[in-house]
Ligand binder design. Structure first.
Ligand SMILES: Nc1ncnc2c1ncn2[C@@H]1O[C@H](COP(=O)(O)OP(=O)(O)O)[C@@H](O)[C@H]1O
Ligand SMILES: [Mg+2]
Length: 310
């Protein structure tokens, strides 16, 4: 065993002993919120015993460390709604997700865009569907890495769509119980990583706003080309607008013939202009448009702007 490994092991043991063998959870709803840097330092940077004279642990966030430490899990993606897990390129939607990808790259030329929040006004409009398929189409391009995060702590469904475990996940990280690597999984698709929601918690809005999510995103951001975040509906609860503050952009999903106009407009008003990057019109009947079953419009597009802003 190397000296560094020995020192780290000893420090880990000392830390475990001083904390009664486990990490203290963060306070979330009551009491002080632990400073995220301090909290994560506890998790990720065990202090080295002073007597060894070995310098502090260097930044462990490399892609190799991620590959070595995140769980390799078996996924059974839902064959009907997950469009890119097999080679059938003729499925409805595949081409539209490619178009969406191109539009995002066009936007990226004008703004910094990596952390993208997917939301909509109401439940069942296709947020999870869009988030999951967008992450898949992004990693279809050679060498691109994406992290998909289920931040819908109220109605988590991404793990079901991908057919994998929901825990440990985001809620365990936000509670200070798990570190960055142990909540990440990778499945059968190369370069696609997933953070599931974690277990159900009683106060999701407080948890997503406690500072640790921002810290998580800052830490893992250098490892990925895209971070796609699924969220709860924006109108009934505040989580999505809180999450938007940690992201570079927000995509709003509107379900064709379903989302009421005034509710779509209300959802749009939950976000600052600078965060809004576009709208995905989801679920257009194949027959209703000869060219496209989904329509993507940027907020820079006058027609879309007038429609949503009213
Ligand atoms: N364009 C679509 N084509 C096929 N199924 C879809 C489409 N959009 C959504 N669905 C399905 O509709 C259901 C609700 O979508 P979901 O993405 O879970 O909504 P939300 O995340 O907004 O609550 C899911 O079963 C999903 O697979
Ligand atoms: Mg959902």
């Amino acid at each position: 065993m190397s000296r560094i490994h020995e020192a780290l092991k000893r420090a880990e043991q000392e830390r475990a002993t001083s904390q009664g063998g486990h990490l203290e959870p963060l306070h979330t709803t009551e009491g002080p919120v632990m400073d995220p840097i301090q909290a994560s330092t506890v998790v990720e940077h065990p202090p080295v015993a002073p007597s060894t004279g070995i310098p502090p642990f260097s930044n462990p966030f490399t892609f190799d460390t991620l590959l070595a430490r995140c769980a390799q899990t078996n996924w059974s993606p839902d064959a009907k709604s997950m469009l890119f897990f097999n080679s059938d390129e003729r499925k409805y939607g595949v081409e539209e997700f490619r178009t969406l990808r191109s539009r995002l790259y066009q936007l990226r030329e004008k703004m910094s865009l990596k952390k993208l929040l997917i939301t909509s006004a109401l439940p069942k409009e296709g947020k999870t569907f869009v988030a999951a398929n967008l992450a898949q189409v992004l990693v279809r391009q050679h060498g691109r890495r994406a992290l998909l995060i289920d931040a819908d702590l109220r109605g988590a469904r991404l793990h079901q769509a991908l057919g994998t475990n929901f825990t440990p996940g985001l809620s365990e990280y936000l509670l200070g119980e798990s570190d960055e690597f142990s909540i990440m999984q990778r499945g059968p698709m190369e370069n696609l990583f997933f953070v599931p929601s974690g277990r159900t918690v009683s106060s999701p809005a407080e948890l997503v706003a406690n500072g640790r999510l921002k810290f998580l995103l800052n830490r893992v951001e250098p490892l990925f080309d895209w971070i796609i975040i699924d969220s709860p509906p924006a109108v009934p609860v505040s989580d999505a607008s809180l999450l938007a503050n940690f992201c570079d952009g927000v995509l709003i999903v509107v379900r064709s013939n379903t989302t009421p106009f005034d509710i779509a407009r209300k959802a749009r008003q939950e976000f600052e202009d600078k965060h809004l990057v576009g709208v995905v019109l989801n679920g257009i009947e194949p027959d209703s448009s000869p060219y496209s079953r989904y329509y993507y419009g940027s907020y820079g597009n006058k027609e879309t702007q007038e429609t949503i802003q009213g």
